[in-house]
Design a protein around this ligand. Sequence first.
Ligand code: HPA
Length: 245
Amino acid sequence: MTVLGIIGGTGIDQLEGLEIVDNHAVETPYGDPSRVLQEGRLGSTRLFFLQRHGSPRAIPPHLINYRANLWALRSLGVSDVVAINAVGGISAAMRPGRLVIPDQLIDYTWGREHTVDTGEHDTLMHIDFTEPYDRALRQRLLAIASEQAIAHEPAAVHGVKQGPRLETAAEIRRMANDGCDLVGMTGMPEASLARELGLAYASVCMVVNAAAGLDDAPLTLDAMRATLQREAAVVSQLLGALAAT
Ligand code: HPA
């Protein structure tokens, strides 16, 4: 049976229409998750929701306990995780306001606890990461977005940077040369840890700004938040329809 877990990013503190039925403070071998995990009902579907930046204080991307978050979701019986990420747009189609379901990623992060392979087990965790997002879960998201007439980009390369600072214009030019369409800070090691833990994982990205140097407008958090707010409603619609299937 599929049990859905949603990891909310910046701007997604709550899922519209989610009726909370329980809160779970989960202890994990890796320490505490970002916050208590909320168990709720969206329509008739039971699911779990976790805000990766915590609450009320925001945990920056490089300090998020990704291992604890995913371990906690799995321990509650979650099988499929949809992660929501706010990102900058690099390639022309990835304009602010766009919803994107990426199919590939490039990991530029460093110094994060990125594996549950502690070296103490008999087998090494050389997971196959050729396709970093779960194919079936991505297809479900794409089908639902089309059914619901939600405008979206059906594929993209998500470049994941360390943050918390934004990038230089030259860094974005290099990422474009590398083939990145999007730039974010929280997509890794979340995606690979999910694979290590046997969870199906896919991402829904909300483009909230043009990446550094691609637009004359200054990069301000206020402008990003305004775009986020508009996109959050569409993401909720997508997740609501996903939960109903
Ligand atoms: N860069 C990195 N992460 C981001 C951005 C960006 O421009 N916008 C939202 N998250």
